[in-house]
Design a protein around this ligand. Structure first.
Ligand SMILES: Nc1ncnc2c1ncn2[C@@H]1O[C@H](COP(=O)(O)OP(=O)(O)OP(=O)(O)O)[C@@H](O)[C@H]1O
Ligand SMILES: [Mg+2]
Length: 230
């Protein structure tokens, strides 16, 4: 995306091979500028992502990949530029609206799972559902289904500190997908894993994107109260 020296990202290429997603982009950004004090992180970055599309952002350390994700997710506000999610201009929306999207439409996965150490793995996976207003029992039932699906069912009652890094990352994947988000922002999701666990996590993400493309087939059904959607 940028040169090998880590200069700020300015000319990202994205979208399907051969060109733009046209009017079908789920997420679109253009002309993003973000400085951290005197340090430029983004200098005119843009991207287009279609529903169900898997996009990898590559570039040297310091080139602004994480900053771009944080801007797209509505966590960091760019100084200039425009971000649209489903046609809605995120760069103009209120903090409350952006929080709502982060709770409902977006899922997050980081290099280290960043699970809450005081909660059990099951409670960690259930947390986004609880924040979205789902009752405890229903949220735990859905979370348990996800842990089973990600082949870590026996770890539900343990805490994050009692499982391996690879297992924790799969719990993190479950937490990222449990609300059936339309966009998953993953920042170096396999960076801390060995190649086998890394492949596993990537396979799960590829599968989730495929499910989304096919209209959500394969996601466990959400029992009980439905998630509030904007
Ligand atoms: N919170 C911050 N405060 C100050 N400067 C920051 C902050 N976050 C990032 N930067 C700077 O912004 C630039 C882009 O950083 P960013 O983390 O987006 O890069 P990156 O491409 O994700 O790098 P890496 O591959 O190492 O994760 C860098 O020069 C970095 O030092
Ligand atoms: Mg980064």
């Amino acid at each position: 995306m940028s040169g090998s020296t880590g200069e700020p990202m300015s000319e990202p290429r994205s979208g399907p091979p051969g060109g733009s997603t046209g009017g079908s982009a789920l997420l679109r950004a253009e002309g993003l500028h973000k400085d951290y004090g005197p340090t430029p992180a983004l200098a005119g970055a843009g991207i287009e992502v279609a529903a169900g599309e898997l996009v990898a952002i590559m570039g040297p350390s310091g080139s602004g990949k994480s900053t771009l994700l944080l801007c797209l997710a509505g966590i960091v506000r760019p100084e200039r530029g425009r971000i649209e999610y489903q046609g809605e201009e995120l760069t103009r929306s209120t903090d409350a609206r952006r929080s709502e999207l982060r709770r409902g439409d977006f899922g997050f996965l980081f290099q280290f799972a960043q699970l809450v150490p005081e909660l059990s793995n099951l409670e960690n996976v259930a947390l986004p559902l609880r924040l979205a207003g789902m009752r405890r029992r229903a949220a735990h039932a859905v979370a348990a289904e996800w842990l089973e699906r990600l082949e870590v069912p026996g770890l539900a009652g343990k805490r994050p500190g009692e499982i391996s890094g690879g297992q924790a990352q799969r719990v993190g994947v479950a937490r990222a997908l449990v609300t059936r988000p339309k966009v998953v922002f993953a920042d170096e999701p396999t960076g801390a894993l060995d190649s086998l666990n890394g492949e596993r996590v990537m396979r799960l993400l590829v599968q989730a994107a495929g499910d989304l493309r096919r209209g959500g087939a394969g996601h466990p059904r959400v029992p009980g109260r439905r998630l509030r959607r904007p």
